[in-house]
Design a protein around this ligand. Sequence first.
Ligand code: IMP
Length: 434
Amino acid sequence: MSNIVVIGTQWGDEGKGKVVDVLAETARLIVRFQGGNNAGHTMVVDGETFISHLIPSGILHPNKVCVIGNGVVVDPGVLIEEIQHLRDRGISVGPHNLLISENANLIMPYHKLIDHGRERLKGNKKLGTTGRGIGPCYEDKVTRRGIRFCDLIDPETFRQKLSSILGEKTFYLKEFLRSETVDETAILNEYLPYSEVLRPYVANVSVSISQAIKAGHHILFEGAQGTHLDIDHGTYPYVTSSNTVAGNACCGAGIGPTQIHGVIGMVKAYTTRVGRGPLPTELHDEIGDRIQQRGAEFGATTGRRRRCGWLDTAVVRNAARINSLTGLAITKLDVLSGLKNLMICTAYRYKQDRLTEFPAALRVLEECEPIYEELPGWPDDITAFQDIDDLPENARTYVKRVEELVETPVQIISVGPGRKQTIVLQDPFSRLPV
Ligand code: IMP
Protein backbone atom coordinates (compact mmCIF):
# COMPACT_ATOMS: atom_id res chain seq x y z
CA MET A 1 0.00 0.00 0.00
CA SER A 2 1.27 3.48 -0.79
CA ASN A 3 -0.46 6.80 -0.84
CA ILE A 4 0.56 9.46 -3.30
CA VAL A 5 -0.19 13.18 -3.55
CA VAL A 6 -0.22 14.89 -6.94
CA ILE A 7 0.24 18.67 -6.87
CA GLY A 8 1.08 21.44 -9.33
CA THR A 9 4.54 23.00 -9.10
CA GLN A 10 3.77 26.15 -11.11
CA TRP A 11 0.58 28.26 -11.31
CA GLY A 12 -1.86 25.42 -11.95
CA ASP A 13 -3.00 23.91 -15.24
CA GLU A 14 0.01 21.59 -15.36
CA GLY A 15 -2.13 18.65 -16.46
CA LYS A 16 -2.94 17.10 -13.08
CA GLY A 17 -6.29 15.80 -14.32
CA LYS A 18 -4.68 13.65 -16.98
CA VAL A 19 -1.99 12.21 -14.72
CA VAL A 20 -4.45 11.55 -11.89
CA ASP A 21 -6.70 9.78 -14.40
CA VAL A 22 -3.76 7.59 -15.48
CA LEU A 23 -2.61 6.82 -11.91
CA ALA A 24 -6.18 6.21 -10.73
CA GLU A 25 -5.95 2.84 -12.47
CA THR A 26 -3.80 1.65 -9.54
CA ALA A 27 -5.57 3.49 -6.70
CA ARG A 28 -8.79 2.64 -4.92
CA LEU A 29 -9.66 6.10 -3.59
CA ILE A 30 -9.03 9.41 -5.36
CA VAL A 31 -9.32 12.34 -2.98
CA ARG A 32 -9.60 16.10 -3.64
CA PHE A 33 -8.44 18.06 -0.59
CA GLN A 34 -8.65 21.80 -1.41
CA GLY A 35 -9.96 24.40 -3.82
CA GLY A 36 -13.34 24.28 -5.43
CA ASN A 37 -14.83 24.78 -8.85
CA ASN A 38 -12.13 27.33 -9.64
CA ALA A 39 -10.23 24.23 -10.82
CA GLY A 40 -10.73 22.58 -14.19
CA HIS A 41 -9.25 19.12 -14.68
CA THR A 42 -9.21 17.79 -18.21
CA MET A 43 -9.20 14.09 -19.10
CA VAL A 44 -9.14 12.70 -22.64
CA VAL A 45 -10.15 9.06 -23.06
CA ASP A 46 -10.51 7.43 -26.49
CA GLY A 47 -10.70 10.87 -28.08
CA GLU A 48 -13.50 12.05 -25.76
CA THR A 49 -12.78 15.04 -23.51
CA PHE A 50 -14.12 15.28 -19.95
CA ILE A 51 -13.61 18.34 -17.76
CA SER A 52 -14.32 18.14 -14.05
CA HIS A 53 -14.28 21.05 -11.65
CA LEU A 54 -15.15 19.37 -8.37
CA ILE A 55 -15.35 15.62 -8.84
CA PRO A 56 -11.91 13.99 -8.59
CA SER A 57 -10.31 12.91 -11.86
CA GLY A 58 -10.64 9.19 -11.02
CA ILE A 59 -14.36 9.23 -11.80
CA LEU A 60 -13.97 7.77 -15.30
CA HIS A 61 -12.66 4.47 -13.90
CA PRO A 62 -15.16 1.88 -12.72
CA ASN A 63 -14.70 0.43 -9.20
CA LYS A 64 -12.99 3.51 -7.78
CA VAL A 65 -14.26 5.80 -5.05
CA CYS A 66 -13.86 9.54 -5.49
CA VAL A 67 -13.79 11.65 -2.36
CA ILE A 68 -14.35 15.37 -1.87
CA GLY A 69 -12.45 16.16 1.31
CA ASN A 70 -13.25 18.63 4.08
CA GLY A 71 -10.71 21.10 2.66
CA VAL A 72 -12.71 21.60 -0.54
CA VAL A 73 -15.29 24.38 -0.85
CA VAL A 74 -18.30 23.08 -2.73
CA ASP A 75 -20.91 24.87 -4.78
CA PRO A 76 -23.70 22.30 -4.48
CA GLY A 77 -25.50 23.43 -7.65
CA VAL A 78 -22.32 23.02 -9.68
CA LEU A 79 -21.66 19.61 -8.12
CA ILE A 80 -25.16 18.36 -9.01
CA GLU A 81 -24.74 19.64 -12.57
CA GLU A 82 -21.39 17.90 -12.84
CA ILE A 83 -22.83 14.60 -11.59
CA GLN A 84 -25.68 14.90 -14.10
CA HIS A 85 -23.37 15.83 -16.95
CA LEU A 86 -21.18 12.76 -16.34
CA ARG A 87 -24.25 10.51 -16.11
CA ASP A 88 -25.56 11.92 -19.40
CA ARG A 89 -22.29 10.80 -20.95
CA GLY A 90 -22.65 7.27 -19.65
CA ILE A 91 -20.41 7.55 -16.55
CA SER A 92 -21.81 5.98 -13.42
CA VAL A 93 -21.82 8.49 -10.54
CA GLY A 94 -23.62 7.93 -7.26
CA PRO A 95 -23.07 7.46 -3.54
CA HIS A 96 -21.36 4.13 -4.35
CA ASN A 97 -18.43 5.98 -5.96
CA LEU A 98 -18.59 9.58 -4.74
CA LEU A 99 -18.35 10.78 -1.14
CA ILE A 100 -18.50 14.34 0.19
CA SER A 101 -17.06 15.28 3.55
CA GLU A 102 -19.65 16.36 6.09
CA ASN A 103 -17.15 19.05 7.11
CA ALA A 104 -16.74 20.59 3.64
CA ASN A 105 -17.91 24.22 3.45
CA LEU A 106 -20.64 25.30 1.04
CA ILE A 107 -20.25 28.08 -1.48
CA MET A 108 -23.32 30.27 -1.08
CA PRO A 109 -24.84 32.78 -3.56
CA TYR A 110 -23.49 35.72 -1.52
CA HIS A 111 -19.92 34.38 -1.85
CA LYS A 112 -20.15 34.67 -5.62
CA LEU A 113 -21.66 38.15 -5.47
CA ILE A 114 -18.91 39.29 -3.07
CA ASP A 115 -16.18 37.79 -5.30
CA HIS A 116 -17.55 39.66 -8.35
CA GLY A 117 -18.31 42.85 -6.42
CA ARG A 118 -14.80 43.11 -5.00
CA GLU A 119 -13.15 42.50 -8.36
CA ARG A 120 -15.37 45.17 -9.91
CA LEU A 121 -14.46 47.70 -7.20
CA LYS A 122 -10.74 47.03 -7.63
CA GLY A 123 -10.90 47.97 -11.33
CA ASN A 124 -7.53 47.50 -12.98
CA LYS A 125 -6.02 46.39 -9.65
CA LYS A 126 -8.22 43.29 -9.59
CA LEU A 127 -6.72 39.87 -8.78
CA GLY A 128 -8.32 38.11 -11.73
CA THR A 129 -10.19 35.52 -9.63
CA THR A 130 -12.36 32.92 -11.31
CA GLY A 131 -15.44 34.61 -9.78
CA ARG A 132 -16.69 31.36 -8.28
CA GLY A 133 -16.89 32.66 -4.70
CA ILE A 134 -13.87 30.66 -3.55
CA GLY A 135 -12.10 33.38 -1.51
CA PRO A 136 -15.22 34.67 0.30
CA CYS A 137 -16.19 31.08 1.17
CA TYR A 138 -12.78 30.27 2.70
CA GLU A 139 -12.96 33.61 4.49
CA ASP A 140 -16.22 32.59 6.20
CA LYS A 141 -14.74 29.19 7.03
CA VAL A 142 -11.81 30.80 8.85
CA THR A 143 -14.00 33.35 10.64
CA ARG A 144 -16.26 30.46 11.72
CA ARG A 145 -19.33 31.65 9.84
CA GLY A 146 -19.29 29.00 7.15
CA ILE A 147 -22.13 26.60 6.42
CA ARG A 148 -21.03 22.99 6.04
CA PHE A 149 -22.51 19.87 4.47
CA CYS A 150 -23.50 18.55 7.89
CA ASP A 151 -25.62 21.72 8.20
CA LEU A 152 -27.10 21.41 4.71
CA ILE A 153 -28.46 17.94 5.43
CA ASP A 154 -30.08 19.19 8.64
CA PRO A 155 -32.60 21.78 7.31
CA GLU A 156 -33.29 23.37 10.69
CA THR A 157 -29.59 24.08 11.32
CA PHE A 158 -29.21 25.28 7.74
CA ARG A 159 -32.08 27.75 8.17
CA GLN A 160 -30.67 29.08 11.45
CA LYS A 161 -27.13 29.52 10.16
CA LEU A 162 -28.30 31.20 6.99
CA SER A 163 -30.58 33.56 8.85
CA SER A 164 -27.83 34.53 11.32
CA ILE A 165 -25.36 35.48 8.59
CA LEU A 166 -27.61 37.16 6.02
CA GLY A 167 -27.96 40.53 7.78
CA GLU A 168 -24.24 41.16 7.59
CA LYS A 169 -23.92 39.88 4.02
CA THR A 170 -26.81 42.03 2.82
CA PHE A 171 -25.36 45.12 4.46
CA TYR A 172 -21.92 44.50 2.93
CA LEU A 173 -23.28 43.74 -0.54
CA LYS A 174 -25.64 46.69 -0.61
CA GLU A 175 -23.81 49.42 1.26
CA PHE A 176 -20.18 48.66 0.52
CA LEU A 177 -20.07 46.77 -2.77
CA ARG A 178 -23.19 48.46 -4.20
CA SER A 179 -24.07 45.08 -5.59
CA GLU A 180 -27.31 43.18 -5.96
CA THR A 181 -28.27 41.44 -2.71
CA VAL A 182 -29.59 37.99 -1.81
CA ASP A 183 -33.00 36.88 -0.65
CA GLU A 184 -33.36 34.38 2.20
CA THR A 185 -36.40 32.61 0.76
CA ALA A 186 -34.78 32.29 -2.65
CA ILE A 187 -31.68 30.70 -1.08
CA LEU A 188 -33.80 28.28 0.95
CA ASN A 189 -35.79 27.35 -2.14
CA GLU A 190 -32.58 26.69 -4.02
CA TYR A 191 -30.51 24.96 -1.32
CA LEU A 192 -33.01 22.76 0.52
CA PRO A 193 -33.67 20.64 -2.59
CA TYR A 194 -29.85 20.30 -2.94
CA SER A 195 -29.89 18.86 0.54
CA GLU A 196 -32.24 16.08 -0.58
CA VAL A 197 -30.14 15.21 -3.64
CA LEU A 198 -26.75 15.27 -1.91
CA ARG A 199 -27.61 13.74 1.51
CA PRO A 200 -26.72 10.16 0.42
CA TYR A 201 -23.22 11.29 -0.60
CA VAL A 202 -22.33 13.00 2.68
CA ALA A 203 -19.96 10.98 4.86
CA ASN A 204 -17.18 11.04 7.39
CA VAL A 205 -14.51 10.73 4.71
CA SER A 206 -11.65 10.54 7.20
CA VAL A 207 -13.14 7.22 8.32
CA SER A 208 -13.58 6.01 4.72
CA ILE A 209 -9.96 6.87 3.88
CA SER A 210 -8.68 5.23 7.03
CA GLN A 211 -10.66 2.05 6.28
CA ALA A 212 -9.24 1.94 2.75
CA ILE A 213 -5.72 2.34 4.14
CA LYS A 214 -6.32 -0.50 6.63
CA ALA A 215 -7.58 -2.68 3.78
CA GLY A 216 -4.26 -2.12 1.98
CA HIS A 217 -5.57 0.00 -0.89
CA HIS A 218 -3.55 2.70 -2.65
CA ILE A 219 -4.90 6.23 -2.23
CA LEU A 220 -4.32 9.09 -4.63
CA PHE A 221 -4.67 12.67 -3.36
CA GLU A 222 -5.42 15.13 -6.14
CA GLY A 223 -4.33 18.74 -5.68
CA ALA A 224 -5.87 21.66 -7.53
CA GLN A 225 -4.18 24.88 -8.78
CA GLY A 226 -0.42 24.97 -8.12
CA THR A 227 2.24 25.72 -5.51
CA HIS A 228 2.68 29.33 -6.65
CA LEU A 229 -1.04 29.97 -6.16
CA ASP A 230 -0.82 28.70 -2.56
CA ILE A 231 -2.11 31.17 0.03
CA ASP A 232 1.13 30.90 2.07
CA HIS A 233 3.77 29.99 -0.47
CA GLY A 234 2.52 31.59 -3.67
CA THR A 235 2.87 35.01 -5.27
CA TYR A 236 0.68 36.66 -2.62
CA PRO A 237 -1.78 38.37 -3.01
CA TYR A 238 -2.12 36.98 -6.55
CA VAL A 239 -2.98 33.53 -5.24
CA THR A 240 -6.00 31.41 -4.50
CA SER A 241 -7.42 31.13 -0.97
CA SER A 242 -6.31 27.64 0.03
CA ASN A 243 -3.08 25.76 0.65
CA THR A 244 -2.42 24.02 -2.63
CA VAL A 245 0.72 22.26 -1.40
CA ALA A 246 1.09 18.57 -0.57
CA GLY A 247 1.04 19.12 3.20
CA ASN A 248 -2.60 20.16 2.93
CA ALA A 249 -3.59 16.71 1.65
CA CYS A 250 -3.53 15.69 5.33
CA CYS A 251 -5.56 18.61 6.72
CA GLY A 252 -7.94 18.67 3.78
CA ALA A 253 -8.80 14.98 3.93
CA GLY A 254 -8.44 14.02 7.59
CA ILE A 255 -5.33 11.84 7.71
CA GLY A 256 -1.88 12.23 9.25
CA PRO A 257 1.45 12.88 7.47
CA THR A 258 2.76 9.37 8.18
CA GLN A 259 0.23 8.08 5.65
CA ILE A 260 1.80 9.92 2.70
CA HIS A 261 4.49 7.97 0.89
CA GLY A 262 5.15 9.97 -2.23
CA VAL A 263 4.53 13.39 -3.75
CA ILE A 264 4.48 13.92 -7.50
CA GLY A 265 5.08 17.44 -8.72
CA MET A 266 3.40 18.23 -12.01
CA VAL A 267 5.63 20.33 -14.28
CA LYS A 268 4.37 21.72 -17.56
CA ALA A 269 7.36 21.75 -19.98
CA TYR A 270 6.95 25.53 -20.14
CA THR A 271 5.15 27.96 -17.81
CA THR A 272 1.61 29.34 -17.90
CA ARG A 273 -0.53 31.46 -15.68
CA VAL A 274 -4.11 32.75 -15.80
CA GLY A 275 -5.15 35.83 -13.93
CA ARG A 276 -2.87 38.58 -12.67
CA GLY A 277 0.48 38.42 -10.89
CA PRO A 278 4.16 38.07 -11.70
CA LEU A 279 5.42 35.54 -14.24
CA PRO A 280 9.18 36.11 -14.62
CA THR A 281 9.67 34.07 -17.80
CA GLU A 282 6.59 35.41 -19.61
CA LEU A 283 7.04 35.71 -23.39
CA HIS A 284 5.45 38.66 -25.18
CA ASP A 285 6.56 37.56 -28.63
CA GLU A 286 5.66 35.11 -31.37
CA ILE A 287 7.20 32.20 -29.45
CA GLY A 288 4.80 32.90 -26.56
CA ASP A 289 1.89 33.06 -29.03
CA ARG A 290 3.02 29.84 -30.67
CA ILE A 291 3.19 27.99 -27.34
CA GLN A 292 -0.21 29.41 -26.37
CA GLN A 293 -1.79 28.22 -29.60
CA ARG A 294 -0.07 24.83 -29.88
CA GLY A 295 -0.72 24.14 -26.22
CA ALA A 296 -4.37 25.34 -26.51
CA GLU A 297 -3.67 27.40 -23.43
CA PHE A 298 -7.12 28.59 -22.45
CA GLY A 299 -8.44 28.19 -18.88
CA ALA A 300 -10.62 25.08 -18.49
CA THR A 301 -12.86 26.99 -16.05
CA THR A 302 -13.11 30.53 -17.38
CA GLY A 303 -11.89 30.14 -20.97
CA ARG A 304 -9.36 32.92 -20.38
CA ARG A 305 -6.20 32.96 -22.51
CA ARG A 306 -3.28 31.77 -20.41
CA ARG A 307 -0.07 33.79 -20.32
CA CYS A 308 2.88 31.65 -21.51
CA GLY A 309 6.62 31.63 -20.91
CA TRP A 310 9.74 29.46 -20.77
CA LEU A 311 10.16 26.80 -18.13
CA ASP A 312 11.31 28.34 -14.85
CA THR A 313 13.25 25.85 -12.73
CA ALA A 314 13.68 28.36 -9.89
CA VAL A 315 9.91 28.03 -9.57
CA VAL A 316 9.93 24.23 -9.80
CA ARG A 317 12.85 23.91 -7.36
CA ASN A 318 10.91 26.07 -4.90
CA ALA A 319 7.97 23.67 -5.25
CA ALA A 320 10.26 20.64 -4.89
CA ARG A 321 11.37 21.87 -1.47
CA ILE A 322 7.99 23.09 -0.19
CA ASN A 323 6.26 19.86 -1.18
CA SER A 324 9.17 17.44 -0.53
CA LEU A 325 8.65 16.05 -4.01
CA THR A 326 9.63 12.45 -4.62
CA GLY A 327 9.07 12.58 -8.37
CA LEU A 328 8.17 14.84 -11.29
CA ALA A 329 5.63 14.39 -14.05
CA ILE A 330 6.51 16.53 -17.08
CA THR A 331 3.56 17.36 -19.28
CA LYS A 332 3.01 18.90 -22.70
CA LEU A 333 6.54 18.14 -23.85
CA ASP A 334 5.07 17.72 -27.36
CA VAL A 335 4.05 21.41 -27.42
CA LEU A 336 7.74 22.41 -27.56
CA SER A 337 8.39 20.30 -30.70
CA GLY A 338 9.46 22.42 -33.65
CA LEU A 339 11.14 25.21 -31.69
CA LYS A 340 14.76 25.64 -32.76
CA ASN A 341 16.11 26.50 -29.33
CA LEU A 342 14.62 26.23 -25.87
CA MET A 343 15.35 28.37 -22.85
CA ILE A 344 15.26 27.16 -19.26
CA CYS A 345 15.39 29.71 -16.46
CA THR A 346 17.82 28.52 -13.79
CA ALA A 347 17.96 31.56 -11.46
CA TYR A 348 17.17 35.30 -11.39
CA ARG A 349 19.23 38.45 -11.66
CA TYR A 350 18.02 41.03 -9.11
CA LYS A 351 19.99 44.29 -9.26
CA GLN A 352 23.59 43.05 -8.77
CA ASP A 353 22.64 39.73 -7.19
CA ARG A 354 22.03 36.27 -8.53
CA LEU A 355 19.01 34.78 -6.76
CA THR A 356 18.66 31.02 -6.77
CA GLU A 357 15.64 30.97 -4.46
CA PHE A 358 12.20 32.27 -5.31
CA PRO A 359 11.69 35.65 -3.54
CA ALA A 360 8.62 36.30 -1.37
CA ALA A 361 8.32 40.06 -1.98
CA LEU A 362 6.32 40.81 -5.07
CA ARG A 363 8.29 43.99 -5.70
CA VAL A 364 11.55 42.00 -5.81
CA LEU A 365 10.05 39.33 -8.04
CA GLU A 366 8.72 41.94 -10.44
CA GLU A 367 12.24 43.31 -10.89
CA CYS A 368 13.87 39.90 -11.34
CA GLU A 369 15.36 39.09 -14.74
CA PRO A 370 15.48 35.40 -15.61
CA ILE A 371 18.93 33.87 -16.15
CA TYR A 372 18.55 31.42 -19.00
CA GLU A 373 20.33 28.36 -20.20
CA GLU A 374 19.82 27.52 -23.89
CA LEU A 375 19.15 24.00 -25.10
CA PRO A 376 18.63 22.77 -28.66
CA GLY A 377 15.06 21.91 -29.66
CA TRP A 378 13.78 19.00 -31.77
CA PRO A 379 11.70 19.11 -34.96
CA ASP A 380 9.95 15.75 -34.53
CA ASP A 381 6.31 15.14 -33.63
CA ILE A 382 6.62 13.10 -30.42
CA THR A 383 2.92 12.57 -29.69
CA ALA A 384 2.95 8.87 -30.61
CA PHE A 385 6.05 7.85 -28.67
CA GLN A 386 5.53 5.36 -25.86
CA ASP A 387 9.08 4.89 -24.65
CA ILE A 388 11.75 7.29 -23.42
CA ASP A 389 14.23 5.74 -25.86
CA ASP A 390 11.98 6.71 -28.79
CA LEU A 391 12.20 10.40 -27.92
CA PRO A 392 14.65 12.52 -29.93
CA GLU A 393 17.96 12.97 -28.16
CA ASN A 394 17.37 16.69 -27.60
CA ALA A 395 14.02 15.99 -25.92
CA ARG A 396 15.70 13.48 -23.62
CA THR A 397 18.43 16.03 -22.84
CA TYR A 398 15.76 18.62 -21.98
CA VAL A 399 14.05 16.21 -19.57
CA LYS A 400 17.39 15.18 -18.04
CA ARG A 401 18.35 18.82 -17.50
CA VAL A 402 15.08 19.54 -15.70
CA GLU A 403 15.72 16.54 -13.48
CA GLU A 404 19.23 17.83 -12.67
CA LEU A 405 18.15 21.41 -12.02
CA VAL A 406 15.26 20.38 -9.78
CA GLU A 407 17.19 17.51 -8.18
CA THR A 408 14.15 15.23 -8.41
CA PRO A 409 13.64 12.20 -10.67
CA VAL A 410 11.24 12.42 -13.60
CA GLN A 411 8.75 9.56 -13.23
CA ILE A 412 6.23 10.39 -15.95
CA ILE A 413 6.39 12.23 -19.30
CA SER A 414 3.20 13.22 -21.05
CA VAL A 415 3.38 13.76 -24.83
CA GLY A 416 -0.30 14.45 -25.56
CA PRO A 417 -3.67 14.75 -23.87
CA GLY A 418 -4.74 11.10 -24.27
CA ARG A 419 -4.30 8.43 -21.57
CA LYS A 420 -2.06 6.44 -23.86
CA GLN A 421 0.22 9.38 -24.63
CA THR A 422 2.05 8.82 -21.36
CA ILE A 423 5.57 7.50 -20.79
CA VAL A 424 5.94 6.03 -17.30
CA LEU A 425 9.60 5.81 -16.28
CA GLN A 426 8.94 4.83 -12.68
CA ASP A 427 5.65 3.69 -11.22
CA PRO A 428 5.08 6.24 -8.42
CA PHE A 429 3.09 3.69 -6.39
CA SER A 430 5.82 1.09 -6.27
CA ARG A 431 8.65 3.61 -6.59
CA LEU A 432 10.41 0.87 -8.53
CA PRO A 433 11.28 1.14 -12.22
CA VAL A 434 8.58 -0.61 -14.26
P1 IMP B 1 -9.76 32.22 -7.17
O1 IMP B 1 -9.17 30.90 -6.83
O2 IMP B 1 -10.97 32.13 -8.06
O3 IMP B 1 -9.97 33.08 -5.98
O4 IMP B 1 -8.68 33.02 -8.08
C1 IMP B 1 -7.42 33.45 -7.54
C2 IMP B 1 -6.31 33.25 -8.57
O5 IMP B 1 -6.08 31.85 -8.75
C3 IMP B 1 -6.62 33.78 -9.98
O6 IMP B 1 -5.42 34.26 -10.55
C4 IMP B 1 -7.10 32.56 -10.73
O7 IMP B 1 -6.91 32.69 -12.12
C5 IMP B 1 -6.19 31.52 -10.13
N1 IMP B 1 -6.73 30.16 -10.22
C6 IMP B 1 -7.71 29.61 -9.47
N2 IMP B 1 -7.92 28.33 -9.83
C7 IMP B 1 -7.05 28.06 -10.81
C8 IMP B 1 -6.76 26.86 -11.56
O8 IMP B 1 -7.33 25.80 -11.39
N3 IMP B 1 -5.77 26.98 -12.49
C9 IMP B 1 -5.07 28.13 -12.67
N4 IMP B 1 -5.30 29.26 -11.99
C10 IMP B 1 -6.28 29.21 -11.07
